[in-house]
Each structure stands twice: as C-alpha cells, then as structure tokens.
Ligand binder design. Structure first.
Ligand SMILES: [Fe+2]
Ligand SMILES: [Fe+2]
Length: 403
C-alpha cells in the first residue's frame, strides 16, 4: 500500500526510468547459472545500460574465435553438402527478381502494411488514448517500420555471424554451405535496407535486447554458441516475425520480398540444426549441455517478453501513458500474439531436435507456456515451401488479415 502511494507520487518520467531499470534487474535476476550470466552479462551492460546501439555511431564487438583450416578438403557432411547445392540453385537477385518500381504508400488504407487490428485500439483507449482513423493507420506504419528496422539490424548480425561460423566450424561441407549463407544475409541486408529507405523512409534504432543477443554471440569464442544464438534462436525469431508479416501484409512488394527471404532462412535454420544435433548430443559434457540449455531458455524468454517496441512508445506515447501501460497494450496486441506463436512453433521443435530440451528444462518451458510447441516439426522436416504453404493457410490465423 505504502509502496503504491510512493509510486503514484513520483513524476511519470521517473516512474518510466524505474520501470526500465526494474526490467533490466528482472533479466539479470532470472539468470541463475553463473556461466549464462558471464556470457550474457557484458552484452547486457553494453546494450541495456549503456545503450550502445542507440548512440548514433558504429560499435565494435571483439571477436575471439579461431578460424579452423582443413588442408585435406574432406567431403564430410552429406546433408550440409546437399544444403550447399540447394543454396546455390536458390540464389536470387534482388534487382532482377523484385518489383522495386511498385509504388508504396504506407498510409493507403486500400493496401495496408498491417491489418487494422494488429494492435487492439480499445486497449489503448482504456488507458485514455483515443486515436482517429488516420492516426491508427499512422501508428501501424510506425510499427511496421519498427519491425522491418529490427529485421534489418538482425540481418546485419546474421551477416557477420554467418561469416564467423564459416571460419570457425570444423565441417568442411559446412564451410562451403556457410559461404552461401553469407551471400544470403548480405542480400537480406540489402533488401530490408532498400525497402526501409526507398519505400517507408524510416529507420528505427536497434532494440536493446536484440543488441544484447547479437553482441553476446558475436563475442563468444565458442562456435556452437554462435550457432545456437544465431542459427537457432535469432533465425527462429526471424522466421516468426517474417512469417507473421508475410501472412498479414497486403503490400505486394513487401510480401514478395518476405517470401524470398523466408525460403533462404529455412535453409539457415536447417543448417544450424544439422551442425548442432550431433555435437550437443555426443561431444559436450553434461555441464556444457546444461549451460547451453539454460542459455537458450533465457534467450527464449527475452524474445518472448522483451520485443515490445519501446522505440515506438517513445515516439508516440511517452508523456501520455506509462511505459507499463504500453507494455500491456503491446503484449496483448493480436499481431504480437500471432508473432510469438509462429516464432515458438518454429523454435521449440528445433531445440528438441538438437537435444536442448531435456527433462530438467521441460518444466521451465511448461511454466512459461512454451511447452505446447514441442511436438512440432523441426527444420530438417520442414522445407521453405512447406513453411510458406502453412503460412498461406487462412485457418491458422488467430486474427483476420483482412480486418
Ligand atoms: Fe537473413
Ligand atoms: Fe539467416
């Protein structure tokens, strides 16, 4: 009671600052394994406290891995060699294959970037914010640009991570495959950047939590942590986000762009599962497996709880509603619920497949509502074409794309 009275007496700005600090403390408090804390802690300080991604200048992440050379050039991993063949055949050229001449008007209600019920505007109203029809379309424009900006920042991380793992892995067929992924990620940076620049004319700062994940895996010397962080976790997040946007947007250029990117990403996750499956099950000690299990769980929680578009809040609502109210609105937004569902449908079966879903963490996933996804198809069982066919199923929608 006393605590509540003191809280209410604080200026709104101070409440928001304390709310942000409490979120950071929560994150560190959740990390019970000291090795997980040691891995994510320095990145957490750079991203959450120092906000290095938002300083308007380049940042340096010091790489510490070793490049692994093999002078005998073995054919050692048939599944990776097959992925390499498929990746070569699946290359596309953004200049040639995308209709960049398409005129995109982010405020045209006839061709909405996001469906009108992506956010629950009644929930916003319940906090005293009443938007008119034009403002609602503008807010959706901001949210779409925010999501695409995060995709772009994630793709920059993916480009460097793909280059790092190509150097670091011991599988020679993996190195050949990795070279195609570097090209893929370069193309993804190109297309998201071009779409944001030319069509939406917006770019948001990198989300602090995304910065933390990227920084942690870039600076970790262990190749399998890079794979786990990028190929399984961030790519899982990306597939969830790309899939949701692909499913709901009516803008044809964006839809085509996402369709092509999803086809590439499906191969990337497949490669991650193949590379980690045997390694985690047979080459790691129990303590090493336990560390990776807990690390993956912490990242899954971050991805579930912490991609809350605070950058859009600061632009639109700071001073009008509290940060906590915005968190409530975004967490319950139908579009964000859909995104979490698609993301974990992709991610959790892959964690099972690589052996990071032992009985000791199953209860944790169950406690936070993520165990329901465990029986789904893992990446090697699901091609990019099947993934797109699933996304094209209107029955799977939790809200109407045409609303
Ligand atoms: Fe990518
Ligand atoms: Fe990727």
């Amino acid at each position: 009671m006393m605590k509540e009275l003191v809280w209410k007496a604080l200026p709104a700005k101070v409440q928001n600052q304390l709310d942000a600090l409490a979120e950071i403390a929560d994150l560190f408090g959740e990390m019970t394994n000291p090795k997980v804390l040691a891995s994510l802690g320095p990145a957490g300080i750079k991203g959450l406290l120092l906000k290095q991604g938002k300083q308007g200048k380049p940042t340096l992440a010091r790489a510490r891995h070793s490049a692994y050379f093999d002078w005998s050039y073995p054919s050692d991993q048939p599944e990776m060699r097959d992925l390499f063949r498929r990746a070569k055949a699946g290359q596309w050229d953004s200049d040639r294959d995308l209709a960049w001449g398409t005129s995109v008007d982010p405020l045209n209600p006839e061709v909405p970037l996001l469906p009108s019920n992506f956010v629950d505007f009644d929930a916003l109203s319940s906090y005293g914010v009443h938007l008119d029809a034009r403002e609602k379309v503008k807010l959706n424009y901001s949210l779409c640009a925010w999501m695409l900006s995060q995709f772009l920042h994630g793709e920059q991380g993916a480009l460097y991570a793909a280059a790092q793992v190509t150097e670091a892995v011991q599988f020679f067929d993996g190195k050949l495959y990795g070279s195609t992924q570097v090209m893929d990620e370069g193309r993804h940076v190109e297309v998201f950047s071009r779409y944001l620049n030319d069509k939406l004319e917006r770019l948001y700062h990198v989300n602090d939590n995304l910065f933390v994940i990227i920084d942690a895996l870039m600076t970790d010397a262990r190749w399998d942590m890079k794979f786990l962080g990028m190929q399984i976790m961030v790519e899982g997040l990306a597939l969830g986000a790309f899939g949701t946007l692909y499913r709901v947007t009516k803008e044809p250029l964006l839809r085509d762009l996402l369709r092509r990117v999803i086809m590439d990403e499906a191969r990337h996750v497949h490669y991650g599962v193949v590379a980690l499956r045997e390694h985690i099950r047979t080459e790691l000690s129990d303590a090493e497996r336990r560390e990776r299990e807990q690390w993956a769980f912490e990242i899954a929680l971050m991805m579930r709880n912490r991609f809350l578009a605070y950058e859009v809040y600061e632009e639109w609502f700071e001073g009008r509603i509290s940060r906590a109210a915005w968190r409530d609105v975004v967490t319950r937004a139908p579009g964000m619920c859909e995104f979490r569902q698609v993301m974990f449908t992709r991610l959790v079966p892959n964690l099972r497949e690589i052996g990071l879903m032992s009985p000791r963490v199953v209860a944790d996933y169950d406690r936070v509502g993520l165990l329901q996804y465990v029986k789904g198809k893992s990446a090697p069982e699901l091609s990019g074409e099947q993934m797109l066919a699933d996304l094209d199923q209107p029955v799977a929608l939790s809200f109407s794309a045409t609303a």
